[in-house]
Design a protein. Structure first.
Length: 289
């Protein structure tokens, strides 16, 4: 079982953000962390400090992190489908994939934060339409990444005259698609149909078996091999303060089929936290299956 780091606060001050993010990326890679993500929001979340707190644009940030790392997988947790036209989103992710040497994941979900939409004038349709757009966006990205099909896409919400994407992604057959969310009726069914990976938000390992069972049932209904989907979790429990706490918090996911447990990094010196807490824990957790 592997560890990931999710950076969701940017309160170091504008002058320090670049160097500190670079240091966090280097520390995560040196620690043997498998995944590094940032959130894709325009405003900071209300429960994480509020809209007046600093927030960076995610794909610019991921490109910066790509330049300061060499092996760690990179992605957004997760892009709201409403934030970017899917043709442009496919280009964003392709660019990250090419420049990082094939390390990009497309993390995507149905979007939820209404204030940032209203604040910046981004349309925020009802939930049912957002899920319709999510499925269409997944289809658009897959067609953009299909070198044999550069033709038009005609959907209910998106219409593209050409699905040309040059250069093509480095990742084969395309960048990993990760759908984020816990919804059992729509989200996990979309995972079963389209995704290479899922991302669940869980407070404890005890919540995982039910969600994974729901996903398995959707896979069975669609004729999909459940084991071909990489399962990841953002652990929402207390942030560990040392390696022992980290192992204790995460070890319960072992044996459930979880590939990567992603921990939210603290505010402040993220590189020091990674070196102190995660680096000693990665080897111990790698021995758990």
């Amino acid at each position: 079982m592997r560890l990931g780091v999710h950076i969701n606060r940017f309160n170091q001050g504008a002058a320090r953000l670049g160097p500190e993010l670079a240091a966090a990326g280097a520390a995560a890679e040196a620690a043997g962390v498998a995944w590094l993500s940032v959130m894709d929001h325009f405003f900071q979340m209300e429960h994480n400090g509020g809209a007046e707190d600093p927030m960076l644009e995610s794909y610019t940030t991921l490109g910066f992190l790509a330049a300061h790392t060499s092996t760690i997988r990179l992605g957004a947790l997760v892009t709201g489908v409403t934030y970017r036209h899917p043709g442009l989103l496919a280009k964003n992710v392709t660019t990250l994939d090419v420049l990082s040497g094939g390390r990009a994941t497309l993390g995507i979900g149905a979007a939820w934060y209404e204030r940032e939409h209203r604040g910046l004038g981004v349309p925020f349709p009802p939930l049912g339409e957002r899920f319709e757009r999510l499925e269409e966006a997944l289809r658009v990205c897959l067609q953009m990444w299909d070198p044999a099909d550069n033709g038009p896409f005609e959907g209910e919400h998106y219409r593209l005259a050409e699905t040309l994407c040059v250069p093509a992604p480095v990742s084969a057959p395309h960048p990993e698609i990760m759908i984020g969310g816990n919804g059992e009726r729509k989200t996990l069914r979309l995972v079963a149909r389209y995704a290479d990976a899922c991302n669940l938000l869980l407070a404890s390992p005890a919540e995982a078996p039910h969600k994974l069972d729901v996903l398995r049932r959707h896979c069975d209904d669609l004729g999909r091999d459940h084991d071909t989907i990489r399962k990841t979790v953002v652990h929402l429990g207390d942030m560990p303060e040392d390696a022992d706490e980290c192992v204790e918090a995460v070890a319960g996911y072992a044996g459930l089929g979880i590939d990567t447990v992603i921990l939210r990094s603290p505010d402040g010196d993220q590189a020091a936290w990674i070196e102190r807490v995660l680096a000693p824990a990665t080897g111990r957790l790698a021995e758990l299956s």
